[in-house]
Design a protein around this ligand. Sequence first.
Ligand code: RFL
Ligand code: PHB
Length: 389
Amino acid sequence: MRTKVAIIGAGPAGLLLGQLLHAYGIDNVIVERQTPDYVLGRIRAGLLEEGTVALLDAAGAGARARHEGLVHHGVELAFGGARHRIDMHAATGKTVMIYGQTEVTRDLMKARADAGLATVYQAADVTPHDFGSVAPRVSYVKDDITHEIACDFIAGCDGFHGVSRSRVPASAIQTFERVYPFGWLGILSETPPVSHELIYTNHERGFALCTMRSMHRSRHYLQCPLDDHVDQWPDDKFWDELKRRLDRKAVDHLVTGPSIEKSIAPLRSFVAEPMRFGRMFLAGDAAHIVPPTGAKGLNLAASDVHYLSQALREFYTEKSAAGIDAYSAMALARVWKAVRFSWWMTSMLHKFPDTGEFGARIQLAELDYLVSSKAAATSLSENYVGLPF
Ligand code: RFL
Ligand code: PHB
């Protein structure tokens, strides 16, 4: 098989890239290790920046998000038992949208199927080859037969544990990492949200977040020890602990119910530099990870894909390599700002085992400053709604 761009991974990054390239007339093939249902079964991001929704439109997959997504103008911060609203729209003129990653992926998969584009699911041993040359290839095994895709470029959109980054020689890549000493326990339930906007809570027992997927489906998170297992968290225990961390008004409005999904995610900041290795590019979680506190992971995957799709369009339609040469630096400049924001939100809102009472007081001072200073609230808002790209 031969194509212009071989894309490894059918998560949001790979699927969005495939659609944008298709819109520019650049043919592409996606190879994915899992089944479509497995990809759709992962409950992850819930919050989209305006720029991400605009990219879904450009990919021909934005209609349902525009119709069903919940547009939020503000966000709430709770600390010291009280809740404070940050009006992001007043500060920036922008909003964010609640629309789950599962639905983003479903819409992109459908647009791809409707366009009749090739996607190989359940591909084993996917391997990028010869990306240092002008004739790279991707091999994979399907139904015990080895296949090969000859291409001009490889896009490694295969997530943090993917194969693309791991095939880069150690001497060609530099990584930066911070692992946080706690995780997020998340549950999804068929219950109405506590409030019409998100509530991020700093509490002496640990962080809590009330978010949602729709007006009848809630997503809640609790900071938990890294070595906890979901079996240690029956639903009743989860709701009891959440009630202990939320403010009075939130507890009064909390509707509990059986969980329909429960998982624990570790928190990590990670960046790989550069994001281009000859004719292979990394995009999304394959190149960087942020803790979910700033809701930036999926949105960063989208902005990487925007830069990469523009670069490839330039390469094919204008016969210019300027875009692909600039891709890594452009993407990384935005990545590092989101890494900083996510690290800062995480540092301000979680209970850290090693910083003691001093650290807790500093957090409260920072939160108090945020909700009483227009400049500070504007800075948070600008980052939360997403820096321009
Ligand atoms: P993905 O989604 O991991 O997709 C990668 C795909 O590649 C496939 N793959 C392979 N395919 C072939 N061969 C191999 N060797 C392969 N190895 C892997 C995988 O099966 C998969 O299908 O990466 P992508 O596309 O870069 O997308 C990134 C996002 O998924 C991620 O950044 C977000 O989910 C992060 N995130 C959030 N981001 C936001 O923008 N807003 C949020 O509100 C938000 N909340 C979250 C989050 C992540 C969370 N967790 C669980 C880490 C909340 C949580 C709890
Ligand atoms: C979510 O809805 O899952 C979500 C929202 C905001 C975050 C993290 C996760 O910061």
